[in-house]
Design a protein around this ligand. Structure first.
Ligand code: ADP
Ligand code: MG
Length: 222
């Protein structure tokens, strides 16, 4: 499903470089990425999502070479195929919870907002325990509620690939399990693939494979 080869990436400041010789995630696989802070886990997810482009190398999503798409095509491709739960959520402060969750449908014609989607958004929010917060401004949410709003927004378009960047961090144990259950259930129901960065080592046994990000450094194959 995802195949990265001979990738070289660096930020414009030139202070951080990522070399990935070979990285593959199969369709339907649930893969956890671990590694110390600053090792490049978030950078990897941004590359997989096509938000960042590498200086060299290939990023394939199925048959699609992501690096060859135009900016608009890459963005539409991402919004329709990838659910990204950002480490810092990236909620829009001026929108309430419901409008944040529906936002992907308002920024691309590739997704059609209809009654069914709206109903699904409400059901998802209820499942995540924020069903009573739909009209609340996103600035007036607790950290955990913001996190759950970001997860609902990522899952609503029923993406083929879920990228979760520490999506269960800073949650109490009960909510942690609940959120992970929802991520796994959504992955299974939609025959999707899950690539999740996590620091919760007790959750790792639920994944098919664990990649230690330190092995990326120096361009080793994983
Ligand atoms: P992780 O998610 O594993 O903690 P990141 O991918 O966020 O690591 O960051 C990897 C390295 O890249 C860090 O040294 C970080 O300071 C640097 N970095 C992250 N974002 C940027 C950016 N926008 N510009 C320059 N350097 C960045
Ligand atoms: Mg990170």
């Amino acid at each position: 499903m995802i195949k990265i080869s001979a990738l070289q990436f660096e930020y414009p400041s030139g202070e951080f470089r990522l070399n990935i010789l070979n990285f593959e995630v199969n369709r339907g696989e649930k893969v956890a990425v671990i590694g110390p802070s600053g090792s490049g886990k978030t950078t990897l997810l941004n590359l997989v999502a096509g938000i960042f482009l590498p200086q060299m190398g290939s990023i394939r999503f199925g048959d699609m070479e992501v690096t060859q798409l135009s900016d608009t095509a890459r963005r539409d491709f991402r919004i329709t195929n990838i659910g990204f739960v950002f480490q810092d959520f990236e909620l829009l402060d001026y929108l309430n919870v419901q409008d944040n969750i529906l936002h992907p449908y308002r920024i691309t014609s590739a997704l059609q907002l209809n009654r069914q989607v709206r109903d699904r958004a409400v059901a998802l929010a209820q499942e995540m325990g924020i069903g009573d917060k739909l009209r609340r401004q996103s600035t007036e949410l607790s950290h955990g509620e913001k996190q759950r709003t970001a997860i609902c927004r990522a899952l609503l378009p029923q993406p083929k690939l879920i990228l979760a960047d520490e999506a269960t961090g800073n949650l109490d144990p009960a909510n942690k399990i609940k959120i992970l259950d929802l991520l796994f259930r959504s992955t299974a129901t939609h025959d999707a693939t899950l690539l999740a960065v996590t620091h919760d080592h007790e959750l790792l046994k639920r994944f098919d494979r664990v990649i230690d990000f330190q092995t990326f450094q120096g361009g080793k194959s994983v």
